[in-house]
Write a protein that binds this ligand. Structure first.
Ligand SMILES: [Fe+2]
Length: 611
């Protein structure tokens, strides 16, 4: 048995993953344990969890693979600073001490961190390094169901590459093309995230969610002024408008002047139609670039399968467009597409590239992405008692029927069962569930449960067997990374009066028979639920359908704004007591809010730093 531990850290979203003879057995992000969102420190807790779960000591692990090459990255930083000197000196002088201390001497640094788990770990030569985009590409291809595929990775930046194309066949994965820093689709999107007043590296979802409220008025201007975009989708950014290579902000005055508005200050400037139009425009540009790249790749390599990874692959609207345009026959996207997934990719890259092991099975290897901790009944009961929770223990069937009934009565449920998801999406392991047929649900969930902006859309979980009846899609989307539209007969058309509504008022319109998950443009980010990977959640949807004729539920991550998704029973109980959740279900245990000791209620809203 060969064990390989993959680690990604020190940039954003640190994580660890373990494969045993190529089989993916565990993976988790550090933020879930440390409770610090996007935690980028050495993933001590994630590694600890993985070792304990698999009854392994660190010294027993055969290979430890870090997801990128620190020296290449150092070289990129150095050359960038030199190229832009003396302008780049400020960010150079700020980041160099950190680099020298932690990153440049990463092997020794990593060795010291790893040793904390096991003092008998003495073999520094077990630590290996993959490359950033190779790790992304490996995470997208090797667990995919494809024997052969084109792999496209898109992110902010790794060492040098920001966009890569690779071809995968059996156990080989070869890089074909790269676009290099500072020309980056991820950083371009982040520049607009910054400009619209959201936080870079986490607010990108908000820009994507805001986009359908606006019109792509600035699309041509962006393409004309900010970049040189070729027919094949390759691009160079006009660095005169950006500040990220040299300064401490993403954009500069010239950028603001181009659009005629300053950077939005989230503390005092409200979101207006201008910001919605900007969001719509950068989303349209992103889709244009991704469609050009994928069309060109499909023509050039004549392969029918596409794999995606890298932070930009979390842009599920763009992914949905690739699918809709039928550019490739099949698409598979790594659920942990961001840097967290690099840990898994690094481990897989070592297994297939360095050890040259064959791929035996061509089916999805991610196990539904349920790769994190789970808890047995005794532990749950013990912990709930310790928390002074008032709970009932039922059999599984009863839990499912009660949950379906309560959901149909507009109750909102915290749903905690099985192993925690790997990747940014909650997929029915650590989810908040609600009835999508309710008109008030979107607003209520945003304001009373998640404590976040009221425009943010919610996503549906739907039985795989019923997806095409409700949505304009008929393929697997188990990781909630494809956007499609609600089917015509489920839609309720807007009147022209409704269409003229300004900004956030547009929210309060019933758009379909499942309004809570229907975005302003009738789109929905879909998760298909499969009996094989999550039988319990599948059963709940079947039961809800029996109750309501609707095989769809609202599924949003189990957390509040700024908080990482809950990991432990304690996290789930705290979130339950700190929000307006009506019911908490932990495996076969059910807790009603009304039964709980009122003195345990918490003011939870401001506990986490706003993202
Ligand atoms: Fe990345």
């Amino acid at each position: 048995m060969t064990t390989i531990l993959g680690i990604s850290a020190f940039y954003h979203d640190s994580a660890a993953a373990l494969i045993k003879d190529g089989d993916i057995v565990a993976a988790a992000q550090e933020e879930r344990f440390s409770r610090k969102k996007h935690d980028s420190r050495y993933p001590f807790n994630a590694v600890k969890y993985i070792l304990e779960e698999n009854d392994l000591k660190l010294s027993e692990i055969d290979h430890i693979v870090f997801f990128e090459k620190p020296f290449l990255k150092f070289e990129r930083l150095l050359e960038t600073y030199l190229a832009f000197a003396p302008k780049g000196f400020k960010s150079f002088s700020l980041s160099m001490p950190i680099w020298l201390r932690e990153k440049l001497f990463q092997k020794k640094f990593l060795f010291d961190q790893l040793k904390q788990h096991d003092e008998n770990f003495n073999d520094i030569e077990k630590i290996k390094f993959s490359e950033h985009h190779y790790s992304h590409a490996a995470s997208a291809f090797f667990p995919s169901p494809f024997k052969e595929a084109i792999i496209l990775t898109l992110d902010g930046v790794g060492e040098w590459a920001t966009t890569t194309v690779a071809v995968g066949k059996d156990n080989s994965l070869k890089m074909l093309k790269e676009i290099h820093f500072p020309h980056s689709l991820g950083l371009l999107y982040s520049a607009f995230t910054y400009y619209t007043g959201f936080k870079v590296n986490s607010g990108e979802y908000k820009v994507m969610g805001l986009a359908p409220y606006g019109k792509p008025k600035y699309k041509d201007l962006i393409i004309e002024k900010l970049m040189d975009l070729k027919k094949d989708g390759s691009f160079r950014l006009n660095m005169k408008y950006f500040n990220y290579a040299t300064g401490l902000t993403m954009t500069n005055k010239k950028f603001s002047d181009l659009f005629g508005h300053p950077v939005r200050n989230p503390k005092k400037d409200l979101l207006t139609d201008f910001h919605m139009d900007i969001a719509s425009s950068i989303q349209a540009v992103t889709e244009e670039i991704i469609l050009r790249i994928t069309k060109n790749l499909a023509d050039e390599y004549k392969l029918k399968n596409l794999c995606l990874a890298g932070g930009v692959a979390l842009n599920c609207v763009a992914n949905g467009k690739i699918l809709k345009e039928k550019i490739f026959e099949n698409i598979w996207i790594q659920p942990a597409a961001g840097d967290a997934g690099g840990s898994l990719g690094a481990a897989l890259a070592y297994w297939y590239r360095e050890l040259n092991k064959p791929r035996n099975e061509f089916k999805d290897q991610m196990k539904g992405s349920y790769l994190g901790p789970s808890f047995n009944k005794n532990i749950i009961e013990q912990k709930l008692n310790k928390l002074k929770a008032v709970f009932q223990k039922k059999d599984t069937k009863e839990i499912i029927t009660t949950a379906a009934k309560e959901l149909s009565k507009n109750k909102i449920i915290g749903w905690f069962q099985g192993r925690m998801e790997f990747g940014p999406r909650a997929l029915g392991g650590r989810s908040i569930l609600a009835d999508p047929r309710s008109e008030k649900m979107q607003k209520e969930l945003n304001l009373k449960i998640k404590f976040r902006e009221s425009f943010r859309p919610f996503a549906p979980s739907v039985l795989r067997e019923d997806v095409s009846e409700w949505f304009d899609i008929d393929c697997d989307s188990p990781y909630m990374l494809l956007v499609s539209s609600v089917n015509k007969e489920k839609k309720i058309e807007m009147s022209s009066n409704d269409q003229n509504l300004f900004g956030i008022d547009k929210l309060n319109i019933k758009r379909s028979s499942i309004p809570a998950i229907t975005h302003v443009d009738y789109s929905a980010r879909i998760q298909t639920v499969h009996k094989e990977t999550n039988p319990r959640y599948h059963d709940l949807l079947v039961e809800f359908k029996k109750e309501t004729n609707c095989p769809v539920l609202v599924n949003t991550s189990f957390n509040v704004r700024g908080e990482p998704i809950v990991c432990s029973i304690e996290d789930a109980f705290n979130c339950f007591m700190g929000t307006n959740l009506d019911i908490l279900i932990v495996e076969d245990f059910i807790l009603f809010k009304d039964d709980q000791d009122k003195s345990l209620l918490k003011d939870y809203k401001n506990k986490f730093e706003l993202d």
